[in-house]
Each structure stands twice: as C-alpha cells, then as structure tokens.
Write a protein that binds this ligand. Structure first.
Ligand code: NAD
Ligand code: HSE
Ligand code: NA
Length: 434
C-alpha cells in the first residue's frame, strides 16, 4: 500500500503568493500526489517571516528558523522566498546535505545557477526550477529533457507578464506608459516596486536561464543585454501601428554562426516591433509565450500563464512530483549541461534590425543624406517611407540585418544631420524575414 510507504518529507521556505497555493493544492489532493509519486508527500515545516500572518496553517508547522528546518529530517526543500539571500545559503545548505531542491527563483538561478548545480552534483541531490521561467508553462523541462537530442538555434518570447500587460494596454487604448503602469499596479500584476519588471531585470534573468539550457553554455544575467520598457513611448507604439506591427518586450537567445563557421550565443531583452500577424503579437495581457527553433523539431511555441499564485504553483508541484518520484525509485533528475561553453557575444556584435522614424525638413536631398549614412556603415535598407507634412516631413527606415553597433552608430550620426529635426522612434524589428 502506498500510504504505508515512508513519506517524502517536504520543507517549504516562504509562504507568499506562490507558497500559499502550493500548500493549498498539496492539502486538497494528498491521495493523488501519493499515487503519482508512489509514496505519501508530507509537508513537515513551513518557514515564514511572520507566523501570525498564517492562521490557515497548523501552528506546529510554522517556524521562523529556516536554517534549522533545512537541517532537520527533510528530503525535499521547496524555496519560494525569492531574491539572492538567504535563499542561496539555504539551498546550498540543503543540496550539500543531499536534500533535493525545487525553486521558482529566477534571480538566484541566473546568477548562481552553476554553484547550485555543482552542490547538487556533488551530493547526488536533484534541482528542479520549472516555475522560474514562464510560470505554469512547461518550458524548462522540454528544453532540459524533451529537446535534449536536438540542436536549438533560437529561443524568443514574452517572459514577463507585467510588461506585456502594459504594452498590450498601450497598444489597444493609446494610453501612456505611466497611466498603464498605474493600472497594472492596481490590478495586481506589477510588483510594489515594479523595477524588476519594467526595467527588464526579471526577463533578463529568465533569458539567462533559457540560453544556458538551450545552448548548453553557462549564461548569467550579466551576460544578457537588458533594456526595459520605461523608455517606450506612445509615439513608438503609433510608429509600430503605422507599419502594421506591435511592440513587445522580448527575450531573445540566439546561436550565431560567423562566416568562418565559429559559433557563439547572444542573449538580450529589449522592446521590439513584430508584425501584427506574428503569433507573439497576439499574446495579450499578462500571458507569456515562447518560441523555440530547433534543427530537427522546427518551430515550437509554448503559451500560457507566466505569473500568478496558482499557475506558478502548478509548475512547482510538477517539480515536486518529479523529485519525489526520483527519491522513491532512487533515480536522479537531469544535471547541469554546459559542455558546449560557447562564447557569449556582446550586444554590439549581435545581428539585429532597426526601425527608425525621423522628423525631417521637407526639402530635396534629405533622403539621400540619410541613405548615405547607412551606406557608410555598410547597413542596407529594407523599407523607406517618406511623407510630407507641410514644412516638415517624416521618414521611416527599416534596415536589413546588421551588427547592432553599426546600427546604433548610424542612428547617432543621422541624429546630428541638420535636416533631421527629431529622431521620433528607434526600435529593433523581429519576427520577419530580413
Ligand atoms: N508570483 C508570481 O507570479 C511568480 C511567478 C513565477 C515565479 N515566482 C517566484 O516565486 C518566488 C516567490 O514569489 P511570490 O510571488 O510568492 O513572492 P511573495 O513575496 O508573495 O512571497 C515570498 C514570501 O517569503 C517570505 N520570506 C521572506 N524572507 C523569508 C525568510 N527568510 N524565511 C521565510 N520566509 C521568508 C515573505 O514574507 C513572503 O511571504 C520568487 O522567487 C518569485 O520570483 C513568482
Ligand atoms: N513579475 C513577474 C512574475 C512572474 O515571473 C511577471 O510579471 O511576469
Ligand atoms: Na515554466
């Protein structure tokens, strides 16, 4: 009988938005979990900061002493505190003692992932972290396991719900960035301090995790070029609409092969214009979606709820079942795979495409002056649109692919031309043939 087996003892660290849902789901369906695992799963302690805030939990489970909980008789430590410390020390402590770990902590993994993997490897413990990227969406397990026999060339997606909510609202209502951010806060999407979301830190940590798994290379958050959406204006959104495009904050991880066949990787987070008929353009509100392009599998798309208590708890519970099953059969989950160790490109050396919208003087020769700047930097132009507006005219240029540094310096020089009154919008373009 399953219920007669030794239970898998779980320590939960942190009981906030996600932790509360994990506890609820475990308590609602204990028999189902036992049947799927092959042994009962029992929470033996919950570390919290303020026990009086958790009247829903039996008092004997609650503790403020996380370290003693980790050191006690537990088989699995589930970390839902977030941030670097004390999460890092607590997880290292657990792993070094041979206790497996499930975490949703992208900030920690993106900075100290290798340290955690090494500790897990040394003691034979498991580390699972599906909830850390794109919440409920099964994405990391497909990368770590299902696609382990393929060769991934690109991972591109929307991995932050808060910013996607803001950009979607700006696109549909024409509202300004600050109005929409306030709204997102009221609806509970944006964090109390929304910096991690709107400045792209959250998405950059996720991009580092995705690039590491996709390219079997250690990529940390500092390797990821990061631009948030605080500089995205209603003018950028309108400029995108005029070209039948939408602005999305994208995390993009690429395998880049140079002319000599040398491979490297690049990882970046920035707003980009994508065609309105691109599947990522239709991802609205706080949803996430990620495209994976693999050599044999072709294009895959993962879509669903990337944030929120219950959706994120679904991913945590899936990982808990995986670890518990491994414990029952004395198996092991996947280890770190960083054998390729490809060099990481700087943003300047990453191939991108730009959309540039300019207010220019409406007189002859302006177009050729602008065009010659692109020529000088060896950047070729894909689309040019010029529209007269009385004394002023607007000029829109979309380039072909070039190195980002060349595109950036071209724009800087164009901005200095006398005939250019204002650079209205500069944004990268993704999701179409160059
Ligand atoms: N909320 C989401 O939508 C979501 C989605 C994906 C991943 N995550 C990740 O899940 C983790 C938890 O997020 P959350 O939204 O539940 O955060 P939260 O702030 O709601 O919960 C964290 C809890 O940990 C507690 N805590 C802080 N320090 C502690 C300590 N030393 N010991 C014990 N408890 C402590 C806090 O009091 C709080 O209750 C984070 O790593 C986050 O990035 C969250
Ligand atoms: N703040 C994050 C939570 C999920 O990681 C978001 O908005 O996507
Ligand atoms: Na996920």
């Amino acid at each position: 009988m399953i219920e007669d087996r030794e239970p898998i003892r779980v320590a939960l660290l942190g009981c906030g938005t996600v932790g509360t849902e994990v506890v609820r789901l475990l308590r609602d369906r204990p028999e189902e979990f036992a049947a799927r695992v092959g042994a009962p799963v029992r929470v033996t302690g919950v570390a919290v900061r303020r026990p009086h805030k958790h009247p829903e939990l039996p008092e004997e489970l609650l503790t403020t002493d996380s370290a003693s909980l980790v050191d006690g008789d537990v088989d699995l430590v589930v970390e839902l505190i977030g941030g670097i410390e004390p999460a890092r020390s607590l997880l290292l402590r657990a792993l070094r003692a041979g206790k497996s770990v499930v975490t949703a902590n992208k900030a920690l993994l993106a900075e100290y992932g290798s340290e955690l993997y090494a500790a897990a490897d040394a003691s034979g413990a498991d580390i699972y972290f599906e909830a850390s990227v794109a919440g409920a969406i099964p994405l990391l397990r497909p990368l770590r396991e299902s696609l382990a026999g393929d060769r991934i060339n690109r991972v591109m997606g929307i991995v932050n719900g808060t910013t996607n909510y803001i950009l979607s609202a700006m696109d549909s209502t024409g509202a300004s960035y600050s109005e929409t951010l306030e709204e997102a806060g009221q609806l509970g999407y944006a964090e109390a301090d929304p910096t991690a979301d709107v400045d792209g830190f959250d998405a950059a940590a996720k991009a580092a995790i995705l690039a590491s798994l996709a390219f079997h290379t250690r990529v940390t958050a500092t390797d990821v070029h990061r631009e948030g959406i605080s500089g995205t204006s209603a003018g950028d959104i309108t400029a995108a609409q005029a070209l039948d495009r939408r602005v999305k904050l994208l995390a993009i991880c690429d395998r880049v092969t140079d002319e000599e066949g040398n491979e490297s990787v690049s990882a970046r987070v920035h707003p980009a214009m994508i065609p309105r008929d691109h599947p990522l353009a239709g991802v609205g509100g706080a949803f996430n979606a990620v495209f994976v392009e693999a050599e044999s599998a072709g294009q895959l798309m993962f879509y669903g709820q990337g944030a929120g208590g219950a959706p994120t708890a679904s991913a945590v519970l899936g990982d808990m079942v995986a670890v518990a099953r491994n414990l029952v059969v004395s198996g092991k989950g996947p280890r770190e795979s960083a054998h390729a160790q490809l060099p990481v490109r700087s943003m300047g050396q990453t191939p991108t495409r730009y959309h540039i919208s300019l207010d220019v003087a409406d007189k002859p020769g302006v177009l050729s002056q602008v065009a010659s700047m692109f020529n000088e930097h060896d950047v070729s132009i894909s689309v040019v649109r010029q529209q007269g507006r009385g004394a002023e005219a607007s000029l829109v240029v979309v380039t072909h692919t070039a190195l980002d540094a060349a595109l950036k310096s071209t724009v800087e020089e164009i901005a200095r031309l006398d005939a250019v009154r204002e650079v209205v919008s500069v944004m990268r373009v993704e999701g179409e043939l160059s």
